[in-house]
Design a protein around this ligand. Structure first.
Ligand code: ZN
Length: 84
């Protein structure tokens, strides 16, 4: 039998080679003087070193979110990804 399971292939962490698992993380963004922390961001997390990697679709959504938040006067905001 030849064939790779594309759907369920295990991703390796580029930093340490550990296994990556789906999870959520909190991602801080620094825009000028502002700090925006987005919680519950879907990401792949390394089970060994804890490094988090966001998918490009997630990054796109966050960028749209940060554009909207640019109007806020608050210097620090904490928001939930799912509320966006
Ligand atoms: Zn790692």
């Amino acid at each position: 039998m030849i064939g790779k399971e594309e759907k369920h292939r295990i991703k390796k962490c580029p930093l340490c080679g550990g296994e990556m698992h789906d999870g959520v993380t909190a991602a801080p963004f620094f825009i000028g003087e502002k700090i925006i922390v987005i919680k519950d961001v879907p990401a792949e997390l390394c089970s060994d070193c804890g490094e988090a990697y966001m998918k490009s679709s997630v990054v796109d959504k966050i960028e749209a979110l940060l554009d909207k938040l640019d109007d806020l006067d608050s210097e620090m905001s904490v928001i939930h990804y799912k509320a966006a």
